[in-house]
Design a protein around this ligand. Structure first.
Ligand SMILES: N[C@@H](CCC[C@H](N)C(=O)O)C(=O)O
Length: 281
């Protein structure tokens, strides 16, 4: 089957064209495609399917022709992927499957319709409004770090580092321990430290993330949105911009004067080819 490989700030995806929703995509196939030694390798899979042809997209078919069927590398399904939407939009445009209108390019997801605006190498996406709803903690070894739960369509826990704890020193090779009752469907956990002032933005932070279903990744767009929302809230700002440096580059989160939330960053397609599904399995 044909595939394309792409990434947004090194959050990488295997993109599978399946316009009519005919592919029998299973957790095992997704995990095999994402395997970095035996497969193509990726943090997740983006299946490109017409909204009308997917049960989770059909309700959005009038607003968005295309549905991003997102899967994590372990074969689990997630509601939303911010970097994924940016890469998905790049793929649709590069393959003449869609042309952005004056308001951008709508992409249906399990968390609703997101609109992508192309600005050269950067793709900016209008995201759903992040909702901060509880305090909680994440534990790594002997270290317990307080944080805030933020719903970005998918679940996040944003933990700010203090008291000399360094972002670079955290061991994220295994999942941080979290409150399983609060996060009954799992959670993406972001760790954040302040960074030096940067012109053009109100706040500048660095983040690492342990993603539900993918482990530590180089970047997470919805994670950056959650981090940006917490940073603006802590600064007492109701609008503004936050630069979020991830291991794979920089994302910028903006809440504009109208209250709309945006995620901006690069989105790149790097390879296309054909994979042998029999050899993969
Ligand atoms: N990397 C993504 C988020 C992907 C889904 C996440 N792992 C989950 O299970 O919620 C992003 O860029 O937002």
């Amino acid at each position: 089957m044909f595939f394309t490989k792409g990434h947004g700030t090194s959050n990488d995806f295997v993109i599978l064209p399946d316009p009519d929703g005919e592919l029998d995509l299973t957790p095992a196939l997704v995990a095999a495609l994402c395997d970095r030694r035996r497969g193509i390798g990726g943090d997740g899979v983006l299946r490109v399917v017409r909204s009308a042809k997917h049960p989770a997209g059909a309700g959005h078919a009038a607003e968005a022709e295309w549905f991003m069927d997102y899967w994590n590398s372990d074969g689990s399904i997630a509601e939303m992927c911010g970097n994924g939407v940016r890469v998905f939009a790049r793929y649709l445009i590069a393959n003449d499957l869609a042309t952005p209108g004056p308001a951008g390019l709508p992409v249906a997801t399990r968390a609703g319709v997101m609109t992508a605006v192309v600005e050269g190498e950067t793709i900016r996406v209008r995201m759903s409004t992040p909702r901060t709803y509880a305090g909680s903690t994440a534990t790594i070894g002997a270290l317990t770090i307080p944080g805030l739960a933020v719903d970005c369509g998918n679940p996040h826990l944003v933990c700010g580092l203090h008291d000399g704890v360094q972002l670079a020193g955290l061991d994220l090779t295994t999942a941080p321990l979290v409150d399983k009752a609060l996060f009954s469907s799992g959670v993406n956990v972001e760790f954040v430290e302040a960074a030096e002032d940067l012109p053009g933005v109100d706040k500048h932070v660095r983040m690492r993330v342990h993603e539900r279903g993918s482990g530590e990744t180089m970047s997470c767009g919805t994670g950056a949105l959650a981090v940006g929302a917490v940073a603006l809230r802590e600064a007492g700002l109701t609008s503004g911009s936050v630069a979020v440096d991830v291991l794979g580059g920089r994302l910028v989160i903006t809440c504009d004067e109208s209250g709309a939330w945006w995620l901006a960053g690069p989105a790149v397609l790097v390879a296309s080819g054909e994979t042998d599904l029999v050899a993969l399995s």
